[in-house]
Ligand binder design. Sequence first.
Ligand code: ADP
Ligand code: ZN
Length: 443
Amino acid sequence: MENQGIKKDYSCEYFNPEVETLSIEAIRELQLKRLKETVAHCMNSPFYKKRFEEAGLSVDDIKTLDDIRKIPFTTKADLRDTYPFGIASVPLEKCTRLHSSSGTTGNPTVILHTDKDIDEWANQVARNLWMVGLRPTDIFQNSSGYGMFTGGLGFQFGAEKMGMLTVPAAAGNSLRQIKFIKDFGTTAIHAVPSYLTRLKEVMDQEGVDPRKDTKLKVFAIGAEPHSEEQRKRIENMFGVKAYNSFGMSEMCGPGVGFECKEQQGLHFWEDYYIVEIVDPETLEPVPDGEIGELVLTSIRREAMPLLRYRTRDLTRVLGHTCACGRNHVRIDRMKGRSDDMMVLKGVNIFPIQIEKILMQYPELASNYLITLTTDADNDNMTVEVELAEPLAEENHQKLLKAVTRALKDEILLTPIVKLVQKGTLPVSEGKAVRVVDKRTVYN
Ligand code: ADP
Ligand code: ZN
């Protein structure tokens, strides 16, 4: 069924034609087969063996896809409690790599890979890059952190498997990035979206026009939440199509979900994952179209498959078919992570709601920072955003008012808005830090 070799027929739209174009029924059949195999394999993991025993569940209880709901959820806490290797379903000697997520509190989470896992992961990424029109004739620059962060090696192996000439530029050093783009004729870049806006600022300073002076045509952007407005802004800045890429280290890394050329949500690869969206409170499934927590089961991994992993990412199902001919489920861009949600004066706010408004003003640059403080027992939100160009006082005041108003309409609270000069706010090389919570009493 798999077609993992480098394809020679460049006119074919699919990297794995047979799997990518399966009917919905065929996908479900394959998923059930792989779910059963995965559950059986997980019994090699002392962690899952115990979980199943505690739940009074045996491998034979999984007869239909709906039976997945009998399986207990796995959480980030489980990964931390079993740190570093406690969930593995294979002996360590079969593993050839580990990655780890940042882990802001306590133990980081460690994810093990066998050779086969790495190969399948590369296949997923290769499939994505092919899907958006890249071919072995393209030159791919990976401007993402390497090392423990999966965006580096994940895209590296995927782009190589697809057969592109790859430039492992890694993150940062924009002047060097621009030199590579020009000298090597880079046609595609993978980066976090916040970095691309920074790169454009440096191009402007250097007098480089991406439309005239480069061959760029495709961006893969992901690893952090970003709004549709941010995407459009990046596309317009460079004259380059930007495709949303979703991944998480627990599931492998990048390659889990990716937009096709239709840009109507991300195709999550259902031959690799079973996708559920559940109500984060009741943990019951929500109907298609409704926002809930994304729960993923990896059904193709060897070293460390995770069953019903609660991602904490909030999103919804957009559909099961697509004009591109793929019937792998289409998932909406992430609204944010449940732990990114700010509760201010009883109102729930996601950073992306603020971003969506800010990005609508061409007078504003792309870097912004939300700070939450407690002042005289009152919780306040300050939104600092950089100006694209310095403004005359009168225009500054006008813009300030308009932005404050628009933010209030969106989040139903009036934040303190500060329009600051370009280059004032911190820039991070990896995922952007958008919120600083300095409140003394948390809601
Ligand atoms: P961590 O952020 O915990 O260090 P990962 O690098 O594995 O670990 O990050 C995975 C998380 O990054 C996802 O759960 C999701 O919250 C976020 N993420 C990844 N890709 C996207 C995307 N395209 N849009 C929004 N959020 C994303
Ligand atoms: Zn599609």
